[in-house]
Design a protein around this ligand. Structure first.
Ligand code: ADP
Ligand code: MG
Length: 248
């Protein structure tokens, strides 16, 4: 997405989505300035994953607009595809290809559209494997890696595409506790590099340290948005208060 500084990285206006008769996203409005870090939290089933998936074209929606930089999704197929390529996505389940090495997992998309020569793609992939601190794992297969290492491969793979925006959907929820930190450390590093990030996570330490804004969702709506200090000190909405209590 060609992005000028005055355009937010993400602008969501009056987004509504239904699964059949079920109203899953209700009048969602959200503006994410370029270079900012947003954490989205809320109870299970509140629509966090659905919202994230609407941002990279994985989900259709019935009403509203999603604009990434200068590209409004759905207006133009070529531009929408470009916006998707420039949006990195990291899921709870790592979604690596089991039959490909770590290096090939990272280079696969680079070798397609637009196609990059193998040597160049591999050198880029090795650079990002270094960045997520697993350069020595390049020739292994995902099953030979720990969960934390696999998730870091997933992050490196996304970074290879030179994303303007990184979306994380509970990237540490499937990890054993001792591996959570190594993934959060990589994410914190990305934030310090100035990456625009939207992270669905219940890691409130990460939210406190890294987020510019915390967004709280409940039953398909954004019911609160605040700086981490304000959100943790005095959550306004009763459901946000009770949600925070469940995390303590
Ligand atoms: P969260 O990520 O906050 O846990 P989700 O976005 O996954 O919430 O889901 C929001 C609601 O939409 C849930 O009630 C879920 O059961 C429902 N839902 C999610 N995906 C589908 C689907 N493909 N079809 C029907 N309902 C769905
Ligand atoms: Mg979810």
């Amino acid at each position: 997405m060609t992005q000028t500084d005055d355009k937010p990285a993400v602008q969501i206006t009056s987004l509504n989505k239904w699964y059949g008769a079920f109203h899953v996203l209700k009048e969602v409005n959200l503006t994410i300035p370029s270079g900012s870090r947003f954490v989205i939290c809320g109870p299970s089933g509140s629509g966090k994953s659905t919202l994230i998936r609407c941002l990279n074209g994985l989900e259709a929606y019935q009403q509203g607009t999603v604009t990434l930089g200068t590209i409004r999704l759905g207006d133009n197929a070529r531009e929408t595809a470009l916006a998707r390529r420039q949006t990195g996505m990291v899921f709870q389940s790592f979604n690596l290809f089991p039959h490909l090495t770590v290096l090939s997992n990272c280079t696969l998309a680079l070798r397609r559209v637009p196609s990059m020569p193998r040597k160049e793609a591999e050198s880029l992939a090795r650079h990002f494997l270094e960045k997520v601190r697993i350069p020595e794992q390049a020739d292994k297969y995902p099953a030979q890696l720990s969960g934390g290492q696999q998730q870091r491969v997933a992050i490196a793979r996304a970074l290879c595409m030179n994303p303007r925006l990184m979306l994380f959907d509970e990237p540490t929820s499937a990890l054993d506790p001792e591996m959570v930190k190594e993934v959060l450390d990589v994410m914190t590093g990305l934030a310090h590099d100035g990456m625009t990030m939207i992270c669905v996570t219940h890691e409130m330490g990460f939210a406190r340290e890294v987020a510019d804004q915390v967004v709280f969702m409940d039953q398909g709506s954004i019911v609160e948005q605040a700086s981490p200090s304000a959100f943790f000190a005095t959550p306004n909405h009763p459901r946000a208060r009770s949600f925070l209590n469940t995390l303590l």
